[in-house]
Design a protein around this ligand. Structure first.
Ligand SMILES: [Zn+2]
Ligand SMILES: [Zn+2]
Length: 235
């Protein structure tokens, strides 16, 4: 089971978001950063310390599981140790679940290797900071779906049609996320990202990443900002 912390990893109290970044020191690694997310008791935990242990657990699980349905894999990953209620580990989780479903459904050419793909996705996802949904206007779960699509479609900045496809995919996800407004919920945005990618991959590349078409959230008791019945995954 993941930790029950829904807010500060050190004390569990609320994270306060200020308008401007300030100089902070990570409570775990002691390195200096600039951030605007500090808990009520003054704790700051950097993205790396927040998610590194989770990313290793995610890779370990993905290489073991034989599950073919991305909606099931993504929820399995959310239950792993070190995967918190919210946090930048979700920027990797979506890509990892989709790549694993892709692999377990037998796709990929002779160059395909799940271990390699998971590592490449980790490099890309690790540079997407926490809070980008709000600070950049581009949710990290949507970016994670884009990372999956870019890897399987072998997209680079000079690609034509597939560069269009990956940006179309993230735009559809972001539209969904925009309609859900806030407060952010990393679980909700991951569910939307996975479900929309499954539909998109089926239509665009004739790829089946699982048959489940809906998800019922079981994580909401740990989410202090859950929107309750207003959330599509609580119905
Ligand atoms: Zn704290
Ligand atoms: Zn740190």
């Amino acid at each position: 089971m993941g930790t029950k912390n829904t807010e500060c990893l050190i004390c569990g109290d609320k994270i306060i978001y200020s308008d401007e970044v300030q100089d902070v020191v990570c409570h775990i690694c002691g390195n200096k950063f600039k951030s605007n997310a500090i808990c009520e008791n003054g704790h700051f935990v950097c993205d790396k310390c927040h998610s590194n242990a989770a990313l290793d657990k995610i890779i370990e699980f993905c290489l073991e599981t034989k599950e073919k349905d991305a909606t099931i894999i993504v929820q399995d990953l959310m239950r792993l140790e070190f995967v918190h209620m919210h946090g930048p580990e979700h920027h990797y989780l979506v890509a990892a679940a989709l790549l694993t479903a892709y692999n377990n459904n037998g796709y990929g050419d002779k160059f395909w290797n799940l271990n390699k793909a998971l590592k490449e996705a980790k490099v890309r996802a690790s540079v997407v900071p926490g809070g980008v949904c709000a600070f950049w206007g581009c949710c990290g779960a949507a970016i994670s779906a884009g990372i999956f699509a870019a890897i399987i479609a072998k997209v680079n900045p000079l690609s034509k049609e597939e560069r269009g496809n990956v940006n179309l995919l993230t735009s559809i996800i972001l539209e969904r996320i925009s309609k859900d407004e806030g407060p952010r919920c990393c679980k909700r945005e991951c569910f939307s990202s996975v479900l929309i990618t499954m539909e998109f991959a089926s239509k665009t590349w004739d790829i089946n990443l699982g048959d489940t078409q809906s998800i019922k959230c079981t994580f909401y008791p740990n989410n202090n900002q859950c929107k309750g019945k207003a959330c599509q995954y609580r119905k």
